[in-house]
Design a protein around this ligand. Structure first.
Ligand SMILES: Nc1ncnc2c1ncn2[C@@H]1O[C@H](COP(=O)(O)OP(=O)(O)OP(=O)(O)O)[C@@H](O)[C@H]1O
Ligand SMILES: [Mg+2]
Length: 278
C-alpha cells in the first residue's frame, strides 16, 4: 500500500497514512457517554453526564474553568476510568480500546524537550512503527501548512507557545485515529493565526471527517467549528445546554461569525455559560 501523508493543496484535506504495522483506524467511531460520574478522591468533577457524539460529528465543550472538561477528555480517551456510568468509543468501552481509537491533544503541549519539532510531530508515526526517516518526511510535508517551515530542527524550548501548540496539534492529527480529543488546541495562538487555523481545521474536517470532541473557552470558535456545542455547569460538570450554529455556515470564517443568526446563538451560549457559573 502506498504510504501517503500529504496535504491536498486545493482542499486543505489531511491525508493520514496507515502504516503497515499500525492498526487501521476504524472508520467513523462515535462516542456514547451514559450517566458518567468521576471524582478525584473527595472532589466530584463530573456528575450524571450524558453525551452522544455521532461518527464524524464535531462536538464542542465549553464551561467554567475547573468544571471537568479536561478530565472528561481524559476519560473519553481511556486515560482515566469513571466512577459511575459508561463511555463507549466506536462501541468499545474498556480503557485500552478507547485509547486505541482516540488521539488526545492535551491542554499543555507536553512535547519531548530533547526531540526536535519535527521529531515531536512525527512521534505518533514512530509509535506506529514507521522508520525515523519516513516519519520525518511525512511530518515535514505539513510543516509549511502549519506555519512551522524552517523550524524543523528547533527544540521545543526555543519555539514560541503558539508554535509548540501547532507541533502538538500536528502530532495529534498524524496519529490517524478516528476520534480526536482536542483540549484548547488554539489557545496559545495569536488572533490571526487562530482564525486561520480554525478555518483550516473546518476545511480539513469537511473533506476528511473525523469524530471530534473539542474543548475551548472561546464560544465563537466552538460554534464556528462544531456541529453542536455542549455547555457544562460549574463543577461537578453536567451538560446544561446544547446549542447549534445555524446552517449552512459560510466557509469564510469572518462571514460565518458575523451572520446575525450566528451572533444570536453565540449570545444564547454566553447566557447559558453565565447561568452555569452560578
Ligand atoms: N490529577 C488531579 N488530581 C486531583 N484534582 C484534579 C486533578 N486534575 C484536575 N483536578 C481538579 O479537578 C477539577 C477539574 O479539573 P479539569 O482540569 O478537568 O477542569 P477544566 O474544566 O479542564 O478546567 P480549565 O478550563 O481551567 O482547563 C479542578 O478542580 C481541578 O483542580
Ligand atoms: Mg482544562
Amino acid at each position: 500500500m502506498r504510504q501517503d501523508t500529504s496535504m491536498n493543496a486545493e482542499t486543505g484535506a489531511l491525508r493520514v497514512p496507515q502504516s503497515g504495522t499500525a492498526q487501521a483506524a476504524p472508520e467513523g467511531d462515535g462516542v456514547a457517554i451514559r450517566g458518567l460520574g468521576h471524582a478525584y478522591g473527595e472532589l466530584q468533577t463530573i456528575e450524571r453526564l450524558e453525551l452522544e457524539v455521532e461518527p464524524h460529528a464535531v462536538v464542542g465543550l465549553v464551561g467554567p474553568s475547573g468544571c471537568g472538561k479536561s478530565t472528561l477528555l481524559e476519560l473519553i480517551c481511556g486515560l482515566r476510568e469513571p466512577s459511575a456510568g459508561t463511555i463507549g468509543v466506536g462501541g468499545a468501552s474498556s480503557a485500552p480500546e478507547r485509547l486505541a481509537r482516540c488521539a488526545y491533544m492535551p491542554q499543555r503541549d507536553l512535547l519531548l524537550p530533547w526531540y526536535s519539532a519535527l521529531d515531536n510531530a512525527g512521534l505518533a508515526l514512530r509509535n506506529q512503527g514507521r522508520r525515523k526517516g519516513a516519519a520525518r518526511a511525512e511530518a515535514a510535508e505539513l510543516f509549511g501548512r502549519f506555519g512551522l517551515a524552517g523550524f524543523e530542527a528547533t527544540a521545543p524550548a526555543e519555539l514560541s507557545g503558539g508554535m509548540r501548540q501547532r507541533v502538538a496539534f500536528l502530532r495529534t492529527l498524524l496519529a490517524g485515529k478516528p476520534v480526536l480529543a482536542l483540549d484548547e488546541p488554539f489557545a496559545a495562538l495569536d488572533a490571526i493565526t487562530r482564525a486561520e487555523m480554525q478555518e483550516w481545521l473546518a476545511g480539513a474536517l469537511r473533506t476528511d471527517p473525523r469524530t471530534v470532541v473539542l474543548v475551548t473557552h472561546d464560544v465563537e470558535e466552538a460554534l464556528y467549528l462544531c456541529d453542536r456545542v455542549a455547555v457544562l455547569s460549574a463543577r461537578p460538570g453536567r451538560i446544561i445546554a446544547e446549542l447549534r450554529a445555524p446552517d449552512p455556515r459560510a466557509e469564510d470564517r469572518d462571514a460565518a461569525v458575523t451572520d446575525p443568526a450566528f451572533v444570536a446563538v453565540r449570545e444564547e451560549a454566553m447566557r447559558a455559560l453565565r447561568e452555569g457559573m452560578r
